[in-house]
Design a protein around this ligand. Structure first.
Ligand code: IPE
Ligand code: IPE
Ligand code: MG
Length: 243
């Protein structure tokens, strides 16, 4: 029985409004089974579906997942190709089902390096999301935290030079990031045993709580998400202050 359901979410526990996840361990999951790495990514996409619906059902407003980093182009053509196909299927399905499932979908990252077809699908998902009421899934694809910051800095510099932007402060800079209008994640989960950010949400994670688990992403269940939320509820968040 999952710890958090619509019915039993204890009011004294705080539910993160925004959860982010570094979905790591797909390759190892597949290799352990003697399968090609791409089978791990397919299983990972299934796990994401379950996690997403669970987050929606317990009232999480934003789920941001790391699906393909700016560094993941280093992988074989076959693996990169398989990840592109999975994104395409995911987008097509989401466009079809977002109204029914009440889930908006936004792709974060440098889309300019994706195929015209994937760019068009991402834009369609964004357009259709405007008409949907519900939680928001952000899929980070060809995403890197440093790349996002550099792209934002370029956009700001252009606007400033054109007299369209004032002096820079944190709030203004945030508005130039892919995550503009999305609150910072309170909780970042990394599966697969590694304890590093791998260039994920560098700006937005300033005061996020991290939760690391050895569970490989395709094995993640709603119960694991509940454990992460439970751990989050035992953290003391001080934001630089003193007790
Ligand atoms: C995460 O799983 C998904 C992507 C990076 C696309 P990995 O493919 O990195 O899985 P491991 O870390 O090799 O097991
Ligand atoms: C991070 O995982 C990127 C994604 C989950 C998409 P990686 O497997 O690429 O990260 P490293 O290589 O272990 O740092
Ligand atoms: Mg990995």
């Amino acid at each position: 029985m999952p710890l958090f359901t619509k019915e039993n979410t204890a009011p004294e526990r705080s539910l993160p409004r925004h959860i982010a996840a570094i979905m790591d361990g797909n390759g190892r999951w597949a290799v352990k089974r003697g399968l090609p790495r791409k089978a791990g990514h397919a299983a990972g996409a299934e796990a994401l579906r379950k996690v997403l619906y669970h987050c929606r059902d317990i009232g999480v407003r934003y789920l941001t997942v790391y699906a393909f980093s700016t560094e993941n182009w280093k992988r074989s053509e076959e693996e990169v190709g398989a990840l592109m196909v999975l994104l395409k299927r995911y987008l097509e399905e989401a466009i079809d089902s977002m109204e029914r499932e009440r889930i908006k979908l936004f792709v974060m990252g440098d889309l300019s390096r994706l195929s015209p077809e994937l760019q068009a699908l991402s834009n369609r998902a964004l357009e259709k999301s405007r008409t949907v009421e519900g939680m928001q899934l952000n899929v980070c694809f060809n995403y890197g935290g440093r790349d996002e910051i550099v792209r934002a800095a370029r956009k700001y510099a252009r606007d400033y030079a054109a007299g369209k932007a004032g002096e820079l402060d944190e709030a203004l800079f945030s508005a130039y990031l892919d995550s503009a209008a999305i609150p910072d994640p309170e909780l970042i989960i990394r599966t697969g045993g590694e304890q590093r950010t791998s260039n994920f949400l560098l700006w937005q994670s300033a005061y996020a709580e991290y939760y690391f688990t050895d569970t490989l992403w395709p094995d993640v269940t709603p119960a694991e998400i509940d454990r992460a939320i439970d751990a989050f509820n035992h953290r003391e968040r001080r934001y630089g202050g003193a007790k």
